[in-house]
Write a protein that binds this ligand. Structure first.
Ligand code: MN
Length: 456
């Protein structure tokens, strides 16, 4: 990972399906819309009025409650309800979104969530009929993000981690990818209890692994790694025994976030007889704002093109509309800041630049596959894509790819070196969706800092 290898991925040459996305656009995506919340209009924020992601926050002295990100502010949904700003379907959705977990919102009919989004967009629009009365009550309606602590957005009943980058699996496999990855979206059941939002400390785990002399030891993980991933929250669920057709799968996706699947490689590779277990379950970080499926409409893309000599897509995972626009064009980055760099006051250094379009299977295919045996999915369940690696060196989205499975020391731009993560290292994951003619939106932070292993 030299400085030569960490240039940004240029997504400008992606082939985008204009005709298939236009049908899903509405006034909430209008690039001319501006907000009376000034920080939403600076062109840099992740949260312009075209985004409107949902989250759960705790304000000063308050209970955890639902809110919507706008610029550097949070629209406090309980306050909005007290002010009588919602009616009809939007009010039903606002009540479901105002509480300390968004599972109820996620389980609603998409049209009700959409009604709330339209109302929020109108309320926050500059020049609207309610601007004067709302700006007069801004102190009641808005909480500065700087004064809020973000919480888990949902009570995640089940968390599933897929592994859907053939680039990742090829490098992890030393140049070959097992055929199963080309026949279906491979995944494993992750651990929901140790999911945490951005900012939570990541304590280096202790575990069993093969030591240098080959004997199995129990101790602090020596090969701590990260995995840059993209994740989706399940919306409406399905009854046990009733698969979800791939053509309907997107109707069951509520929204998206960023995820870091912290990985203890020595533990993982010693223990893996059935699949990942303690090498992954010590902690998983996610970004706290859930960007809705509707907000992503302008950034849809063709599904990843499977090479012509790969196995055909099985019929139950093949849908023309999904192939035409089931991909998402999201630029993703990981940045590293070491303890020394932090002490010198330096900014984090980018070590990964990739794009979600490199993922071999669409999110609809992952969800349809998940339910294809009759397994029931529930509102607020979370599934992640797997490490979002691409073909270039800059798109190696974990250390184990970049260090060629522990064979090559990484030289950071500021002169430090790394093989694996050290105590005090921070990994920051960022995502941004852009398309010419639309306002770019982001996902907010997905950050974690490594702390020393417990002493025993
Ligand atoms: Mn993973």
């Amino acid at each position: 990972m030299t400085s030569r290898a960490i240039r940004a991925t240029d997504a400008a040459d992606w082939d985008l399906p204009d005709d298939t996305i236009m049908a899903e656009l509405n006034q909430t995506h209008d690039p001319a819309r501006r907000s009376w919340v000034a920080s939403a209009n600076d062109g840099q924020t992740d949260f312009p009025i075209q985004n409107l992601p949902f989250g759960v926050f705790r304000g000063p002295g308050g209970e955890p409650r639902g809110g919507v990100a706008i610029g550097d502010q949070i629209l406090d949904l309980p306050a909005g309800l007290r002010l009588g700003l919602f009616d009809g379907d939007a009010a039903i959705a606002a009540r479901a979104a105002a509480v300390d977990r968004l599972n109820g919102l996620m389980g609603l009919e998409p049209k009700m969530v959409s009604a709330l989004r339209r109302r929020l967009s109108d309320l926050l629009s500059a020049g609207g009929p309610e601007q004067a009365s709302l700006t007069a009550r801004a102190d009641e309606l808005l909480v500065p993000m700087a004064d809020a602590a973000m919480q888990m957005p949902a009570a995640v009943g089940d968390y599933t981690d897929f592994s859907c980058s053939t680039h990742h699996m090829t490098r992890m496999g030393g140049g070959v990818v097992r055929p199963v990855f080309l026949h279906l979206p491979v995944g494993y059941h992750g651990r929901a209890s140790s999911l945490r939002v951005s900012g939570a400390e990541v304590r280096r785990p202790r575990g069993q692994f093969a030591g240098p002399d080959g004997r199995v030891v129990y101790g602090p993980e020596p090969q701590l790694d990260f995995e840059l991933e993209f994740a989706a929250f399940v919306g409406r669920g399905n009854a046990l025994g009733r698969p979800i057709p791939v053509a309907e799968a997107e109707d069951h996706i509520f929204g998206y976030c960023l995820l870091n699947d912290w990985s203890a490689r020595a533990i993982q590779f010693y223990e893996t007889a059935l699949g990942p277990f303690l090498g992954k379950s010590f902690l998983t970080t996610l970004s706290p704002w859930v960007v809705t499926h509707e907000a992503m409409a302008p950034f849809r893309a063709r599904a990843f093109a499977h090479p012509s000599d790969n196995p055909p897509i099985p019929a139950h995972l093949l849908d023309d509309a999904d192939q035409a626009s089931g991909g998402l064009d999201v630029r993703l980055e990981a940045l590293l800041r070491t303890a020394d760099a932090r002490g010198r006051g330096e900014a984090p250094q980018r070590i990964v630049a990739t794009n979600f379009r490199y993922i071999y299977w669409t999110l609809a295919q992952m969800l349809a596959h998940h339910a294809s045996n009759g397994c029931d999915l529930r509102p607020g369940d979370l599934f992640a894509s797997g490490t979002v690696s691409g073909p270039g060196d800059e798109a190696k989205a974990c250390l184990m790819e970049a260090n060629e499975r522990g064979q090559r020391t990484l030289h950071l731009p500021d002169g430090e070196t790394r093989m694996w993560l050290e105590d005090g290292d921070e990994i920051l994951i960022r995502g941004r969706a852009s398309r010419e003619g639309f306002v770019s939106i982001g996902f907010g932070p997905c950050d974690g800092r490594v702390a020393a292993a417990p002493t025993s």
